[in-house]
Design a protein around this ligand. Structure first.
Ligand SMILES: NC(=O)c1ccc[n+]([C@@H]2O[C@H](COP(=O)([O-])OP(=O)(O)OC[C@H]3O[C@@H](n4cnc5c(N)ncnc54)[C@H](OP(=O)(O)O)[C@@H]3O)[C@@H](O)[C@H]2O)c1
Length: 346
């Protein structure tokens, strides 16, 4: 026995130390044990996995339809006001001016979240990198925080304004090309926009680098509660576009404008808010990122305040009750493709 080598006085100490060491090892092993359902697994496609959600600043500035002449000053104003998230896209035609606004704001690049989007005419794998390079050049940036596949629809290569559907294109091949952009350090995260559940599932099952965000229409009139939950459960942060419902004039909607809804007006007034602030706060309280667009600095500032609004569980319940499953952005007919199958408002 090794202990017999020690003088009797030391034997007790050595035994004690050995027992202490064994106890420490047992405690360490117990601490390392984790029940199976708490282990984070990526893109396994299983229903019982917990996916971590990526942090995205919860309120961003939408830039679609801000006229070029105003874009740089609105973006600069927003960033100096405290916005840290800009939602841009090549098809909006104002990325150069967005970049000028970012540069003029003086906000360090590392404090910003900038989203860009791959337009439908650049789905071919060989077109993906050049499209991103154009966006980076226009924005004056050397990387994007998030690059989205703008639509699950491919157009033939050509002008961004031509709509000729490419029915042979494969979303998965486009996704693989987008994954290369992450590996090259040109984009930090990749995601999808305007997908339905089946299309998103295809990407999730195929992806080596899974989508961390899904941008789609979401507001009090089109709440998509089940779909929002499904996306969050599958590791995709939801970014709500048109968070003010049918306020975008292009929607040419016959529906009451959300900001003039009588019920919402009196509700907002009771809370000392505007309806825009109420709608945006409701979105953020659901864990959804909102990206309202305004080309007016007073509204950009008004929308920013929505981050500080406190809504109670009862307020949320009341607002959840105004869902009308009313979708305002659906180019299915115009493009002769079926979008949003299986989702609300179709
Ligand atoms: N991924 C996609 O396919 C997709 C599709 C649509 C939109 N988006 C993104 O989402 C962003 C937001 O969506 P959106 O532009 O369709 O709609 P929105 O932000 O819900 O609404 C914009 C409209 O609301 C007005 N508005 C903004 N704040 C207001 C306020 N506080 N009071 C009164 N009116 C206010 C704006 O007018 P003024 O500008 O005149 O103030 C504008 O007409 C877009 O800019 C774009 O970045 C993405």
């Amino acid at each position: 026995m090794v202990l017999t080598l020690y003088p009797p006085a030391l034997r007790g100490i050595v035994t004690g130390l050995t027992v202490l060491m064994l106890l420490s090892i047992i405690i360490y092993l117990i601490q390392q044990y984790k029940p199976v359902d708490s282990i984070i697994t990526w893109h396994s496609g299983g229903e019982n996995t917990i996916q971590p959600l990526f942090y995205i600043p919860p309120l961003g500035l939408g830039t679609w339809q801000i006229p070029k002449s105003k874009t740089a000053s609105v973006v600069k104003f927003a960033l100096q006001k405290g916005y840290r998230h800009i939602d841009a896209a090549l098809i909006y035609g104002n990325e150069k001016q967005v970049g000028e606004g970012i540069a003029a704001s003086g906000v360090p690049r590392s404090s910003l979240w900038v989203t860009g989007k791959l337009w439908n005419n650049a789905h071919h794998p060989s077109a993906v990198r050049p499209a991103l390079e154009q966006t980076l050049k226009d924005l004056g940036l050397d990387y994007l925080d998030l690059y989205l596949m703008h639509w699950p629809v491919a157009f033939e290569a050509g002008s961004i304004y031509d709509v000729v559907i490419d029915r042979h294109s494969d979303l998965l091949e486009t996704w693989t090309a987008m994954e290369s952009l992450v590996r090259e350090g040109l984009v930090r995260q990749i995601g999808i926009s305007n997908f339905n559940r089946e299309q998103a599932e295809q990407i999730l099952h195929h992806a080596k680098i899974p989508p961390t965000a899904h941008e789609f229409e979401c507001h009090p009139y089109l709440q998509q509660t089940d779909f929002v939950r499904w996306n969050l459960e599958h590791g995709m942060r939801v970014i709500a576009f048109s968070p003010l419902g049918n306020m975008n004039p292009i929607y040419n909607s016959s529906h009451t404008p959300l900001l003039q809804d009588e019920f919402l007006l009196s509700f907002a007034e009771r809370k000392g808010l505007t309806v825009a602030q109420l709608a945006l706060a409701w979105g953020m309280h659901r864990g959804v990122v909102v990206i309202p667009k305004s080309e007016h600095t007073d509204r950009v500032a008004e929308n920013f305040e929505a981050q500080y609004v406190q809504l109670t569980a009862d307020d949320m319940k009341t607002l959840n009750g105004v869902d009308e499953k009313a979708r305002f952005n659906n180019p299915s007919e115009e493009w002769d493709v079926q979008l949003y199958s299986g989702l609300d408002g179709v």
